[in-house]
Design a protein around this ligand. Structure first.
Ligand SMILES: C[S@@+](CC[C@H](N)C(=O)[O-])C[C@H]1O[C@@H](n2cnc3c(N)ncnc32)[C@H](O)[C@@H]1O
Length: 443
């Protein structure tokens, strides 16, 4: 099967069955083992890109077609999106190839009678593109940015209020790029230089992430992650640079008791274990039991031994009260700092869901704070760019818990903020958007 037909089938599952983009993508690539590397690349680009750019692509269909995108037969709308995406966003595909393959796609998927319509819309796009941008934008600046960069208006509004127009547009552009692949090397098994060398030997361009002693960034197409050198040997874990900062802020020490309240699939738990030199007691809790099992697998692969798992709702666990030297609450959040990795989040999240998340985060923070020993600490972190889930929540906690205070990161920490918490803005630090705050309980 060719890449475009596969993309069409994958997009159908995402559209109709509300399946997660990364899940459908991984499953398809696993099933299509004989797909050539360049077809894997095109397939991945089409699926991720079209999910991301849905709003702009539909606006083009609305403007160029006789029928609006929502009134088109759903499969035809996807086919038009596949064609328009290639014309608008892919430089390496000649326009004639984009048009012809899309017309073919229509014919082989029961739209022979409408192949002329497909051809007409795509050629009209091409004609208009000679004179300027065929996408007509509204005057109102919020929907203008939303339509141009394909984000819902409420996300634009949220960022605009905090950072203004220019930064919001930069964020939109950043989140529409293909994400980097960052690795965290396991210092108990290897060195950063050894991993760098092994990956260089596969013709991959790899460089060290500054300020992150275990961090590497890999450029270019890697193919399946598990086939990269050192994966099976437990030399490294895939983890974005900003996520690596969380365990450094927690700063766990060998021999301590550390409790990770929302741990699955264990990216940060295993980092904590590495920083503790695999000495001490780590409890990894999560209510997603299947995901919690991944921690056990990861622990084995990384040759770590001191992590124990505990399945269930962390708001209910009484057994940890007063036990933790350090607690990590890497809270469930709206994920607005990872929109480039999870292109469907922008369409799945709503302001109402965000409000529900804040309530859950508050309950988790209030309860897991009771797990901390006097003199101990708790790191609260999220991968979102939404003040209600971040600084507002922490400020609220501090206002109602006078025996706690905010501890700023040490001077050598790579990201600083005068307020005392850590906020990673992708456009400044070139990493996923993140928030983290270290809270300390009085002796
Ligand atoms: C941001 S993810 C954690 C990622 C993880 N710390 C890592 O680095 O790999 C948030 C996790 O919170 C879990 N979660 C949500 N509500 C929970 C609750 N009430 N109790 C325990 N875990 C919960 C979710 O299942 C999810 O795995």
């Amino acid at each position: 099967m060719n890449a475009r037909q596969l993309a069409f089938l994958a997009l159908k599952q995402i559209d109709r069955q509300s399946a997660y983009t990364d899940v459908v993508l991984d499953r398809t690539l696993r099933q299509q083992k004989s797909l050539k590397p360049e077809d894997r690349g095109l397939f991945t680009e089409l699926v991720y890109g079209i999910v991301r750019r849905q709003r702009s692509l539909d606006a083009l269909i609305d403007q160029l077609g006789k029928k609006k995108a929502r009134q088109q037969p759903p499969d035809l709308r996807l086919i038009l999106q596949i064609g328009l995406y290639q014309l608008r966003y892919l430089d390496h595909i000649p326009p004639s190839a984009a048009v012809n393959t899309t017309v073919e796609l229509a014919k082989t998927n029961s739209f022979k009678h409408l192949s002329g319509v497909v051809n007409g819309i795509l050629r009209q796009y091409e004609r208009l593109a000679q004179e300027g941008d065929p996408l007509k934008l509204p005057r109102d600046p919020i929907p203008r940015l939303g339509l141009l960069h394909s984000f819902p208006d409420w996300i634009i509004q949220l960022w605009w209020e905090e950072w203004g127009e220019e930064e919001t547009e930069k964020l939109c552009i950043w989140f529409n790029k293909t994400p980097y692949l960052d690795l965290r090397i396991n210092p108990l098994q290897t060195t950063r230089e050894a991993v760098q060398e092994a990956l260089n030997a596969q013709s991959l361009n790899v460089y060290a992430l500054s300020g992150l002693p275990q961090g590497l960034r890999v450029e270019g197409k890697t193919g399946p992650i598990a086939l990269l050198p050192g994966y099976g040997e437990g030399w490294w874990t895939v983890q974005d640079g900003s996520a690596q900062l969380v365990a450094h802020l927690l700063d766990p020490q060998p021999g301590e008791v550390v409790i990770d309240a929302c741990a699955a699939p264990g990216g940060k738990t295993t980092h904590i274990a590495e920083l503790m030199g695999d000495r001490g007691e780590i409890w990894a809790c999560d209510r997603a039991l299947k995901r919690l099992n991944h921690i056990t697998g990861n622990q084995q692969r990384l040759k770590l031994h001191n992590i124990q798992t505990c399945g269930g709702d962390s708001r209910q666990f009484e057994q940890f009260i007063g036990k933790g030297d350090r607690v990590l609450l890497d809270a469930p959040c709206s994920g607005l700092g990872t929109l480039h990795r999870h292109p469907d989040i922008r369409w799945r999240q709503t302001p109402e869901k965000l409000a529900e998340l804040v309530q859950l985060q508050r309950e988790l923070l209030n309860h897991t704070a009771t797990w901390v020993k006097p003199g101990g600490c708790l790191v609260y972190s999220t991968c979102t760019l939404n003040p209600q889930e971040n600084e507002a929540l922490v400020q609220d906690f501090l206002a109602t818990h006078p025996q706690w205070h905010l501890q700023p990161p040490p001077p050598n920490f790579p990201v600083q903020n005068p307020a005392g918490w850590v906020k990673i803005l992708p456009t400044k630090q070139d990493m996923d958007g993140f928030f983290m705050a270290k809270l300390v309980l009085e002796q």
